[in-house]
Each structure stands twice: as structure tokens, then as C-alpha cells.
Design a protein around this ligand. Structure first.
Ligand code: F6P
Length: 326
């Protein structure tokens, strides 16, 4: 195996709070091991366009607490084409980069896997996404911060919902996964949590809402994951209102505020640990894998598995949330 002397580093896909802490950890660990580090801007897009710049220890000063990513990020259609990947490879050769650390989610690792197969190029991944939908880690970088953002917003919504006796439908991110919805819903004491992993029956939902109101409730929160099969929060609210026209309903779509803000202490520690592990792992021969933490231990999971073996949502917790909100 070729000795690794220069590594590339990028963030790709949707940004997540804690990406900067991961960048800092990768750069500083690499420098400690006498590696040169090259920042690749805007993910695979920047790799194709040659937006590459050397990073030093001071380049990552004062960023551990910042949301977003100093390396910028993008979703790249071009990297999904052979021509795009060839251009990307040529740019890596030009900068004499021997290996790469990519921080991102499903799309990022799918790209990295194809790239390694085509060009025999070592890549180690870090799970950076608020969605927590990767197998091989208990939590992804950004998930904890996003949940805290949702909970803070729901606490505020609850005040006004209570004051006006209203039922709020709050939409949270998660196109394919309900992790954000489930965990933030439990923490916010939501009356109902709708996730893409289970079928939503509007009749049933409306019946339960009526039942709650008959018993004692005068206000409530329904958390709707954006990828729920019944639709987003506006759609679900419309359908419920059809069944209970007398209900005073409102909708809040939290959107991209879930992606921004200073990372929580948990995300900073997770990102730092995984950034350190990615470089150390790479130097001892890890490649084509994502670094994660399972039961407090660092684990390397092949990209294939991290992407395809979707982590299952805990349905018991979904049931529990309903009981606790009765
Ligand atoms: O994958 C992270 C994520 O925030 C999803 O939860 C969401 O569906 C998507 O990105 C939004 O992407 P964009 O910022 O490109 O609209």
C-alpha cells in the first residue's frame, strides 16, 4: 500500500452542526502525524472544479463552536457521472493527494464508494448529517444539535398553542427517516409523532385527537417528519381539519433552522473523536469505511453497509411517546 503523505478533506451534502469541529480534528490530527492536508471546497463539486487549498493548524482556529462548514458544501450531480469522477481524480493527482476524508451522509458515501472502486483511491468517511440515518454509529454529527433546536422551537410553540387552545402541526426534517421527529417529539412531549417508517392513517389520527380533547386536552403538538407518507405538515393539517372542522389548527415548518447554529457539546465531542479516529484509522490501513461510535467505542463500517443497512427506528419509543402524552 502506498504511504499516505497528503490527504484531502471535504464536507459534502447537507451541512450539519459539528462539521467544523470534525474539520478541526482531522486537520490537527493529520498535522500531528506529519501529513499535509488539502481542503476541498464545496464537496465533490469543488473537487471536480479544482477548488483545493492547503490547510494548516491555524486555518481551523476558532471554528469548533461554529455551525455550517468552513469548507462549504454542495450536492453534486456531476460526481454521479464518469466524466465528473475522472476530472475529480485528475485534480487529486495534480495535488498529489493520496487519500481523502469525506464528511457527509448517504450521497457522500455512495460517491466515495464508487470512486474507490473506479480509481482504487482510499477514502474514510465521517457521518455528518442531522438525519441520523446511517448504520454504524449511534449518532451522526449534527443530530443532537438539530434535536435541541426542534425542542426549543416546540417549547415556544407550546406556549402559544396553549394560550389559544390550538392544535399545531410542526414539520421537522427527515425525508426518509423519522429519527429527528421521534427524539425531538419525545423531548417536547408531542401528542403525536408521524414518521416515514410507519403508515399514517388520518382517520385514526383524527379519532385520537378527538378522544384527547374529550378527555382533557385543549391544545397539542403533532410532529410531522417531512417525509411522512401522509404528506408534510400542511397536508396532514388539511386532512385532519377535514375530519374535525371545529379544531383550531396551525402549521409551523421549522425548515433549515434545524441545520444551523452552534453545535451542542455532544456534537463537538462526537465530531472531535471521529475526526481523530478517521485519520488514525486511515494511517493504520482503514479505507472504504465510515468511522462511527457504537456503545462508546469507535467502529469502522464499510460504506456499503453504512448506506444500505438503514438503522431501524425504535417503534417501542414511538408507542411510549403516545402513552406519555395521554
Ligand atoms: O439530509 C439532510 C437534510 O437536512 C434532510 O433532512 C432534508 O430533507 C434535506 O437535507 C434538505 O436538503 P436541502 O438543504 O438541499 O434542501
Amino acid at each position: 500500500m502506498k504511504r499516505i503523505e497528503r490527504i484531502g478533506l471535504m464536507t459534502s451534502g447537507g451541512d450539519a452542526p459539528g462539521m467544523n469541529a470534525a474539520i478541526r480534528a482531522v486537520v490537527r490530527t493529520a498535522m500531528f502525524n506529519n501529513l499535509e492536508v488539502f481542503g476541498i471546497y464545496r464537496g465533490y463539486e469543488g473537487l471536480i472544479d479544482g477548488q483545493i487549498e492547503q490547510l494548516f493548524s491555524h486555518s481551523v482556529s476558532n471554528i469548533i463552536q461554529r455551525g455550517g462548514t468552513i469548507l462549504k458544501t454542495a450536492r453534486s450531480e456531476r460526481f454521479m457521472t464518469k466524466e465528473g469522477r475522472q476530472k475529480a481524480y485528475m485534480n487529486l493527482l495534480e495535488h498529489k493527494i493520496d487519500a481523502m476524508v469525506t464528511i457527509g451522509g448517504n450521497g457522500t458515501f455512495t460517491g466515495a464508494k464508487i470512486f474507490d472502486e473506479e480509481y482504487d483511491f482510499p477514502v474514510v468517511g465521517l457521518p455528518g448529517t442531522i438525519d441520523n440515518d446511517l448504520y454504524g454509529t449511534d449518532a451522526t454529527i449534527g443530530y443532537d444539535t438539530a434535536i435541541n433546536t426542534v425542542v426549543e422551537a416546540c417549547d415556544k410553540i407550546r406556549d402559544t398553542a396553549n394560550a389559544h387552545d390550538r392544535l399545531f402541526f410542526v414539520e421537522v426534517m427527515g425525508r426518509d427517516a423519522g429519527f429527528i421527529a421521534l427524539r425531538s417529539g419525545i423531548a417536547a412531549g408531542a401528542e403525536f409523532i408521524l414518521v416515514p417508517e410507519t403508515t399514517t392513517y388520518i382517520d385514526n389520527l383524527a379519532r385520537l385527537v378527538k378522544h384527547d380533547w374529550r378527555r382533557n386536552k385543549t391544545s397539542g403538538i403533532v410532529i410531522v417528519a417531512e417525509g411522512d407518507d401522509a404528506g408534510g405538515a400542511y397536508e396532514v393539517a388539511r386532512k385532519v381539519k377535514e375530519k374535525i372542522p371545529e379544531m383550531d389548527t396551525r402549521v409551523t415548518v421549522l425548515g433549515h433552522i434545524q441545520r444551523g447554529g452552534a453545535p451542542s457539546a455532544y456534537d463537538r465531542v462526537l465530531a472531535s473523536t471521529l475526526g481523530y479516529a478517521a485519520v488514525s484509522g486511515m494511517l493504520s490501513g482503514q479505507r472504504g469505511v465510515m468511522a462511527g461510535i457504537i456503545d462508546k467505542a469507535v467502529v469502522f463500517t464499510p460504506f456499503e453497509k453504512a448506506i444500505k443497512h438503514h438503522k431501524d427506528i425504535n417503534l417501542q419509543m414511538l408507542e411510549m411517546s403516545r402513552i406519555l402524552a395521554l
